[in-house]
Design a protein around this ligand. Structure first.
Ligand code: ZN
Length: 292
């Protein structure tokens, strides 16, 4: 294995720790693995690389550090803009004012990119430790299996921010509708409940997380690539036949309406100083970004 040269990426690591198993590791521990645009495109490129390797059957999505991911990085990518990254989908007009630009951008990098990862032709296993927050949920959800450590927490801050869920709205497809409502409104889901509700496959002690995940991945490589790909495809299609995609398109539209609603109410009619601190900071960042 030591002679093999793996591709390098700025924000993720790529290796093949077991025969037939590729691993993509989020590597921004100083930012609790917040997903900026660079990371989004790095994950996509690393997955693409793994998919193109005939010997790779299973891909593990892991994360360096204490926490899996703190969600989308709202502080952006420094001086980089969307023009510094490839356009992979069908969306454009990211610079348009009003709701148009943000709608197109979030459709491209959040909804469609995450959907693409969900449907790639190799089995994906998420290896989750510590906190998995809001946008970070999308990274776990796009995987076929989720293994978590006993200290994992699945947190959704969207409600606290005045929203109603994230762009890739998988909540009622991951757990039951009634449990999803409770989670969205209370914000927290313990790893015990996540497993009990069917969102997480295995929960293991933190010290055993990596080994357990890699052993599972290696065990699954004993299947043919056909069995692995068709198993995920058939189960995914069962959800799609129940209307998953169209309900997620509706939720995405509501999410965008939520962005516009906040801009209208906060931007025109509300004094930000009257808002709770966490919401105020969130609004100010968004207003700043909109003004750029
Ligand atoms: Zn959004």
């Amino acid at each position: 294995m030591s002679q093999v040269e793996f591709p390098t990426f700025q924000t993720v690591l790529y290796d093949e720790p077991r025969p037939g198993v590729a691993r993509v590791t989020l590597n921004r521990p100083e930012k609790r693995n917040a997903q900026n645009m660079q990371m989004t495109y790095d994950i996509n490129s690393a997955f693409d690389h793994a998919v193109r390797q005939p010997h790779v059957k299973v891909i593990v999505l892991a994360a360096v550090g204490q926490h899996f991911s703190s969600g989308h990085d709202l502080s952006g990518d420094g001086s980089k803009t969307w023009k510094d990254f490839p356009v992979l989908g069908t969306w454009a007009n990211f610079d348009q004012p009003g709701a148009e630009g943000l709608y197109a951008r979030e459709m491209e990098i959040y909804l469609e990119m995450t959907e693409r990862w969900r449907n790639i032709s190799k089995l994906l296993i998420a290896q989750v430790q510590g906190k998995c927050v809001t946008g970070g949920l999308m990274l776990a959800w796009c995987c076929d299996l989720i293994v978590a450590s006993d200290d994992a927490q699945f947190i959704c801050t969207s409600g606290k921010m005045g929203g109603s869920g994230i762009e890739y709205y998988a909540y009622p497809w991951e757990i039951s509708p009634r449990q999803a409502k409770m989670w969205l409104l209370t914000g927290e889901l313990s790893v015990e409940k996540a497993q009990q509700y069917g969102m997480v496959n295995d929960v293991v002690p933190r010290a055993d997380l990596e080994q357990h995940t890699l052993e599972l991945a290696e065990r699954l490589t004993k299947h043919t690539s056909w069995t692995l790909n068709m198993t995920k495809s058939q189960v995914n299609h069962a959800q799609d036949a129940q209307g998953r995609r169209s309900s997620m398109q509706y939720a995405f539209a509501v999410h965008q309406l939520g962005h516009a609603h906040r801009k209208l109410t906060v931007g025109a009619n509300v004094d930000p100083d009257t808002l709770p601190e966490n919401i105020r900071q969130h609004y100010l960042r968004r207003i700043e970004r909109a003004a750029e």
